[in-house]
Design a binder for this molecule. Structure first.
Ligand code: 13P
Length: 250
């Protein structure tokens, strides 16, 4: 009843040439992917138009990794939602923990970015997740609940239909330490319950919730078998077409 998605967040990796090659290798294997699973790739900004060209006519969707919190104008170094749409994106990632941590991404900014994404016809992969100390102190439910309520609770149900949530515990990102399937399922179920309490059961049941953090071919199957895990947001393992496709087949 809800969409299953495997998305590759390339982060600040690959040159344009390498990115185009990677996209070609993914497209070449896309017929191996089970029906009902959608693939998304999120290359760096400089790669978007070239990768869009490669993806044309394939079912693989293009995403940006971020967008500006202003529509246009004198904001040096920023890329607007309108530009992303024009470059061929159908999604943008917002609220990745690396942006929250290193670039001062606050919930207030994310509300603005999300509104601009919707205005320009982009869907949003919205990331949430707690840091190691927060989990050790048992605050992970409160942290994730605040991240969700501050940014998503102002949305209409129609806008929520354009949001994919990615739960990415910061302690699992790029560390090789994956959340156990029990830990991930527990918080995914909590996220769905949080959505149900605000938006109702129907919106909650239809929202795709991805897991991210050291997800790889060897652990994807166990994670994706959990009832509230609807796919993954993949970092490191999305840079190798074979691994990315193997994860999507899980
Ligand atoms: P890794 O898969 O490299 O841990 O990264 C996860 C992530 O941050 C995806 O957005």
């Amino acid at each position: 009843m809800r969409k299953k998605i495997v998305a590759g967040n390339w982060k600040m990796n690959t040159t344009v040439t390498e990115g185009v090659e990677l996209a070609k290798s993914i497209v070449a294997k896309v017929n191996e992917i089970p029906v009902g699973v959608s693939l998304v790739v999120a290359p760096p900004f400089t790669h978007l138009t070239s990768v869009a060209e490669v993806l044309k006519g394939s079912p693989v969707a293009l995403s940006a990794q971020n967008c500006a919190d202003q529509p246009k104008g004198a904001y040096t170094g920023e890329v607007s939602a309108e530009m992303l749409k024009d470059a061929g994106c159908s999604y943008t990632i917002l609220g990745h923990s690396e942006r929250r941590e290193y670039y001062g991404e606050t919930s207030e900014k994310l509300v603005k970015k999300m509104a601009l994404a919707f205005e320009n016809g982009l869907k949003v992969i919205f990331c949430v997740g707690e840091k190691l100390a927060e989990r050790q102190e048992g605050q992970h439910f409160d942290v994730v609940s605040a991240q969700i309520s501050e940014v998503l609770f102002g949305l209409t149900p129609a806008q929520m239909a354009k949001v994919v949530i990615a739960y990415e515990p910061v302690w699992a990102i790029g560390t090789g330490v994956t959340a156990t399937s029990e830990q991930a399922q527990e918080i995914h179920a909590f996220i769905r319950k949080t959505l149900a309490a605000h938006f109702g059961e129907d919106v909650a049941a239809k929202t795709t919730i991805l897991y991210g953090g050291s997800c790889k071919p060897s652990n994807a199957q166990e994670l994706f078998a959990c009832p509230d895990i609807d796919g993954g947001l993949i970092g490191g393992a999305s840079l190798k077409a074979d691994d990315f496709i193997a994860i999507a087949k899980s």
